[in-house]
Unconditional design. Structure first.
Length: 149
């Protein structure tokens, strides 16, 4: 007798607020050079597109998570510029969270209802942006990020 057990975990929905930076992908990609190559790759890997319906983020993730990304700085820059242009991403805004403020998770199967979290309003809004001093044309923003997985 064969017994098969399925464990259904449901999924988690997370909402978080943070302070970070916003930059057009075109402005970021055009700045890639040997000096900031590793930093921009990190920004691209940790950032996400400002997108309410996941349309652009799906395309963005397909490109960034590609195992065949060029290792050479100039080839990497050319590849991303072409891919982002082909998929309508080149003029989309990339968001990068730098300092988390608040987060809440919702587990389970039922997505109806309300949940939340809080923190006192006397927290420090300053953040260290020294790491990004070589990057130009970004704006400091308040970010609300929601994801499900």
């Amino acid at each position: 007798m064969l017994l098969i057990i399925y464990i259904i975990m449901g999924k988690c929905e997370t909402a978080k607020t943070s302070i970070g930076i916003k930059i057009l992908l075109s402005d970021l990609i055009l700045q890639i050079n040997e000096t900031n190559f590793d930093l921009i790759k990190e920004i691209l890997n940790e950032g996400f597109i400002s997108d309410e319906n996941e349309y652009y983020n799906d395309a963005y993730a397909e490109i960034i998570l590609c195992n065949n990304l060029p290792k050479n700085c100039l080839e990497f820059k050319d590849f991303l510029e072409q891919e982002f242009k082909n998929r309508g991403l080149f003029e989309q805004e990339l968001l990068l969270s730098i300092k988390n403020i608040l987060r809440t998770d919702r587990w389970g199967y039922n997505r109806e209802g309300r949940n939340g979290n809080y923190r006192p309003i006397d927290f420090d809004l300053s953040m260290d942006i020294e790491k990004y001093k070589e990057i130009k044309k970004y704006t400091i923003v308040f970010i609300l990020e929601q994801y499900s997985g």
